[in-house]
Design a protein around this ligand. Structure first.
Ligand code: 0X9
Ligand code: ZN
Length: 766
């Protein structure tokens, strides 16, 4: 390559690689490396950058790093950045750096493809008893894909592992931990010897050799492989070419894109090679290294839903997060991707599958290699030791709190698909204790379809139900789920509903946490799956929209909420963009009874007013989710100010509506308050106001729910709460309150209410 003149090199680089860093005079536009602090869903921001011809190179909570045309960014005219995003320039001229690495000399301490091969050969020569070399396939350009198997003589039942490096060309550091692992395994550490005696460990240090060569000799920022695409562009993203859920969102159909999924699943010879090895060796656990972002990721990537074995995947993932100091999370937590390594190995083979994102840049300075390798060796040792025999990979989704006092409560222990064909379970039992019971009861779990072991806990009134499972395998080993303690749920007559409408951000934990801290039972429901019966059956609804913009409250949500509130609903609504988004819609003025004043408060103080008088706190404190656009809102007729920013002047942070239903609408998120205490304080105060004098609203909800033919247990709960309220009115001798209730009540509710009325007011005449 040294013969190429820089201009030619540059032209080459542009036309084939940095899609959209478009040609100007000599065909090259200088890239800048920027960090975009994203206001809104990360997935959309990633799509925007790709669509505008940039390249997303890393991401974390609320930000992405991207290579973008330097001029456009400097001029503020780059389409990859949306309004509200903040751009931080990391390197205004990434070009110099990209070119500096064009040349073998600059690779330095990092392995090249040839050095990898030489080192594998040396390992085979040093330990022929232990290491076997295999070329598992050939690349687009005909290079062999090198693999080694490390382990003693093959024997039945030894768990096989796969460790991969370098799917993406520019991620040179991802070769280093697999190579270090090989050196450790063939060395004299007794732990390593124990590992190689009991396991087969496959290492594929460079999945994408063509890309590595290209990145180390011509253009450092190359990501994909070197496939010639039909439209003349080059490269398929190897980590979008796997065949599980291939083609769903999270990969591009556009050949020029940096995340091009390829013309079909497994179209690429490199990925066919990994697939074939996987199908042949049936790995129990696999790990793929990438860079950068300091993350430990596990499936699913294609959906926000947790994987069926999420508790096992997450438990090991968190442990490896601790060992590396990286952030552990489900792959899709940042943004969904489809067709990646993890999803195929887990989805198709049932293997525990992990992706590590090393370091804080693609090619860290050489001096950082040893520390990165050392931290990841800790995780690799854990991985080999603890993920060898994940049996019995059984998972259980614990039951949520419920208002169903009748039961029975179904429970299912789910066996991983890996073991479904050859089920190792010899005996499985449910062990439970009902509220008030002295003793534990045992029941056999009954095996059903697709590895489901099921049973039922009979209902027995209000209180806490505790349970666990005990399983024995055919070898006589027993397992307990959970390992320690009990699963628990409460049977209650009041249940709060948290509606999770924050596009995958996880802010619902603040709301669920506040309710739990206040001792209030609750369930979390995604907004997309919500029904009116759920709303009506709840004691009150906490609806969070996080920092979404343009999808805060959708039109179908408006219809649902309007109807719910007209039937006596009690609602807390949170979010820093609601007013900004829907200020023009009738729902805003007519139902939330609010006026949008402006998009951003310049004051962080929160001071409760009216029903929230006495509450004070601050936004944008350490330890809370930043509220970059806390909105300023004002009450219209029929509403009042419930919270101001500092000294209130008719407008502020929250509005209270007291109509047929009650609403507290906050122009920020609960996640924006620092600390569990203050979050709990706000929720407690807000609920006290929302629910005050709520008997007739409760009655209306119950009647509406009954009319809807809604969920029997929700109805039973609501009616029980209603009678309770009637008794309280009775105890206070609040005749007027009771009579108002009675006059509103239709036939079904009248009789029990009347009874409560009689008992309360005339106890002696009973
Ligand atoms: O996008 C990728 O392929 C990986 N990140 S990278 O920056 N190295 O390109 C991450 C793949 C992790 N899997 C999912 N997010 N599903
Ligand atoms: Zn990568």
């Amino acid at each position: 390559m040294s013969a190429l003149r820089p201009a030619l090199l540059a032209a080459l680089a542009v036309s084939t690689l940095v899609t959209g860093l478009r040609a100007e005079d000599d065909g090259y536009v200088k890239p800048a490396l920027v960090r975009i602090h994203v206001d809104g869903p990360l997935g959309a921001a990633v799509d925007r950058v790709f669509a505008a011809g940039g390249d997303v190179v890393a991401r974390g909570k609320g930000w992405i790093d991207a290579l973008v045309p330097a001029d456009a960014v400097a001029a503020g005219s780059y389409a990859g950045v949306a309004e509200g995003d903040r751009v931080e320039v990391i390197r205004s001229d990434a070009d110099a750096e990209l070119r500096a690495f064009a040349g073998r000399e600059a690779v330095g301490a990092y392995h090249t493809y040839a050095e990898v091969k030489a080192e594998l050969d040396a390992a085979v020569a040093a330990r022929p008893d232990l290491v076997r070399y295999e070329s598992i396939g050939k690349t687009v350009e005909g290079r062999p894909i090198h693999a080694v198997r490390v382990g003693g003589p093959a024997s039945e039942g030894k768990p096989a592992f796969l460790i991969c490096g370098l799917h993406h060309s520019r991620e040179w550091i991802s070769i280093e931990p697999p190579m270090a692992l090989l050196q450790w395994l063939i060395g004299s550490d007794p732990t390593a010897q124990a590992m190689t005696e009991s396991r087969e460990i496959w290492i594929v240090p460079v999945v994408n050799p063509d890309g590595l060569e290209y990145s180390q000799t011509q253009y450092k920022m190359w990501r994909k492989n070197r496939a010639k695409n039909a439209d003349g562009s080059v490269g398929v993203d190897p980590n979008r070419n796997y065949g599980y859920k291939w083609g769903l969102p999270g990969a591009s159909p556009d050949p020029g894109s940096e995340t091009y999924r390829g013309p079909s699943a497994f179209s690429e010879p490199e990925i066919q090679a990994i697939r074939d090895l996987g199908l042949r060796e049936k790995f129990v656990s696999v790990l793929s290294f990438h860079s950068y972002s300091e993350l430990v990721l596990w499936p699913w990537g294609f959906t926000y839903d947790p994987a069926p074995d999420d508790d096992v995947l997450a438990a090991h993932g968190r442990k490896m997060g601790e060992l590396t100091g990286y952030t552990p999370q489900q792959s899709s937590d940042l943004y969904p991707t489809s067709g990646d390594f993890d999803d195929w190995f887990y989805g198709e083979l049932g293997a525990l599958a992990y992706t590590f994102e090393l370091g804080t840049q693609f090619v860290p300075p050489e001096s950082e290699i040893p520390a990165i390798v050392a931290a990841n060796m800790k995780a690799l040792k854990y991985f080999l030791a603890e993920c060898a025999d994940p049996f019995p990979l059984m998972t259980h989704v614990p039951r949520s709190d419920t208002t169903d006092t009748q039961g029975p409560y179904g429970v299912v222990l789910q066996l991983s698909r890996r073991y479904q064909a050859d089920d190792p379970v010899a005996k499985a039992e449910l062990v439970y204790k009902n509220p008030g019971a002295e003793d534990w009861t045992r029941l056999d779990l009954v095996k059903g379809e697709a590895g489901a072991y099921a049973s039922e806990i009979p209902g027995s009134g209000l209180g806490t139900v505790e349970y666990h499972f005990e399983v024995a395998d055919k070898a006589g080993t027993s397992y307990r789920f959970p390992r320690e303690g009990e699963y628990r749920f409460q049977v209650v007559d009041q249940l709060y509903l948290v509606v999770d409408d924050d596009a995958g951000k996880g802010y619902e934990s603040a709301y669920a946490g506040a309710l739990a801290a206040a001792g209030l039972p609750h369930v979390v429901v995604p907004a997309a799956a919500l029904t009116e019966s759920q709303l009506l059956g709840a004691s009150a609804v906490l609806w969070l929209t996080g920092d979404d913009s343009s999808t805060t409250i959708e039109e179908k949500d408006e219809a649902l909420l309007s109807s719910f509130l007209s039937k006596g609903g009690e609602l807390m609504l949170f979010g820093q963009d609601i007013g900004y988004d829907i200020k023009e819609r009738p729902f805003f003025a007519q139902v939330l009874k609010a006026k949008f004043v402006k998009d951003k408060s310049d004051v962080n103080d929160l001071v409760g007013a009216g029903g929230l008088a006495g509450f004070t706190s601050k936004l944008n404190q350490a330890g809370a989710v930043a509220q970059r656009y806390p909105e300023v809102i004002a009450p219209l007729a029929g509403a009042s100010l419930a919270m101001s920013y500092g000294a209130g002047a008719g407008a502020g942070a929250a509005v209270a509506v007291d109509g047929p239903g009650r609403v507290l609408y906050f122009g920020f998120g609960l996640e924006g308050l620092a600390g569990a205490e203050v979050q709990k304080d706000l929720v407690t105060r807000a609920l006290a106001w929302l629910k005050a004098g709520g008997a007739s609203r409760m009655l209306r909800r119950a009647e509406a729910l009954r009319a809807l033919g809604g969920d029997a247990s929700a109805l039973a709960g609501l009616e029980a709460a209603l009678l309770d309220e009637a008794r309280r009115l009775g105890a206070r001798e609040d005749r007027a309150g009771l009579e108002a209730l009675l006059s509103d009540a239709s036939e079904f509710a009248r009789r029990p209410l009347l009874q409560a009325y009689m008992q309360a007011l005339f106890p002696k005449r009973r």
